[in-house]
Write a protein that binds this ligand. Structure first.
Ligand code: GLY
Length: 346
């Protein structure tokens, strides 16, 4: 079992990573018995819900549950409202806990509800996907989507703990596992060339991969919890990635979108040799490296980006494998970068 400590300015907490974690035992060490509202989606709950609930009950917690249809289309204000109405009906109070059992959608929506219900309550993340484990469950970004864009309404609200059971990854379909690989490759590209190399040669276990990615995320979040500057590097591949996701009406997954986003900016700015390496690593991990969406439409989507200020959007660009830089560009400049990248991938 590995423990990674996160020192955010608003909360200190641990991320526990291991195979076959007993959620109830871990939570009991941290929190007195209370009511838990366990939030999950139908897919995850049917696979892991019963065992998780039993473990939490055995540890002395009273559990209630809220299960919603899986997928990004559920990450909206209406589902968050239904959850909060049920919390009131079940008598959940501020001293109880919300528990997110699932992937990024479950974690983001549960964290959002925790940030606003009764003006804020504590929550725990139990990530069941590689993507949630390495990225969305850690760092306190919570949100729901609006019809106009992804994560448009949200808050920074850190969990009190993250318990990541890597056994849960065994039930992931190939495309969902690949989404987590996209975010993991991201950490290699932005911060750690050695990690990128380990991924390239398939020399890293799931547990070590999650540990290293969470260590990097914890370092970045400790520097800039509220995403004012240094944390922007975690957005590598995301500006174009979100555009691909949105234009596909969420039929293309977040990780696949991010993979395209990373491939395109690497192809636009890195040497031919490094670009080839990046594209190979993405493809070898079942990830796409290009998109058929209209170039202009892709660039325009950046207008909905949260890192836009005035006419400029902040994008994250690669310097070399393991290092990136931030640049403020106009939509036209952004379109030129995407064009250049897409042309050299063809
Ligand atoms: N997923 C990007 C961040 O947490 O800042």
């Amino acid at each position: 079992m590995n423990k990674i400590h996160v020192s955010a300015s608003t909360k200190e907490y641990d991320v526990i990573v291991g195979a076959g974690l007993d959620y109830g035992t871990l939570l009991k060490e941290l929190h007195a018995p209370c009511k838990l509202m366990v939030v999950s989606d139908d897919t995850v709950f049917s696979l892991h819900g019963e065992k998780a609930i039993q473990s939490l009950r055995d540890a002395g917690f009273e559990t209630k549950q809220f299960v919603f249809p899986h997928g990004e289309k559920s990450k909206n204000l209406q589902v968050a409202e239904s959850l909060m109405i049920q919390m009131i009906e079940e008598g959940i109070t501020k001293t109880d806990l919300l528990v997110a059992l699932g992937g990024g959608v479950v974690g983001d929506l549960t964290g959002f509800a925790a940030s606003v219900f009764l003006r804020g309550m504590d929550f725990v993340q139990l990530p069941t996907t590689l993507l949630a484990a390495v990225d969305s469950s850690v760092g306190g970004k919570t949100a729901v989507d609006l019809p106009n864009g992804k994560n448009m309404v949200g808050a920074f609200h850190q969990p009190i703990a993250v318990f990541c059971d890597t056994d849960k990854f065994k039930t992931l379909p190939k495309n969902i596992y690949a989404e987590g690989m996209a975010e993991s490759i991201k950490y290699g590209l932005i911060y750690d060339a050695e990690l990128f190399e380990q991924i390239k040669v398939h020399e890293i276990s799931d547990a070590d991969l999650v540990k290293r990615c969470v260590e990097i995320k914890a370092e970045v979040v400790a520097k800039d919890e509220f995403d004012k500057g240094p944390r922007h590097i975690l957005n590598f591949g995301h500006t174009l990635g979100h555009a691909v996701e949105t234009l596909s009406e969420y039929n293309i997954g977040h990780g696949q979108g991010v993979a395209v986003g990373m491939a395109v900016v690497c192809a636009a700015l890195l040497s031919e040799e490094e670009t080839e390496t990046v594209l190979d690593v993405l493809k070898n991990n079942d990830l796409p490296v290009k998109t058929e969406f209209d170039l202009h439409e892709l660039a325009l989507q950046a207008k909905a980006d949260k890192k836009r200020h005035g006419d400029l959007i902040r994008v994250v660009l690669p310097k070399t494998i393991g290092e990136v830089f931030l640049k403020d560009v106009t939509i036209e400049e952004w379109e030129n970068i995407i064009r250049k990248g897409l042309e050299s991938i063809r």
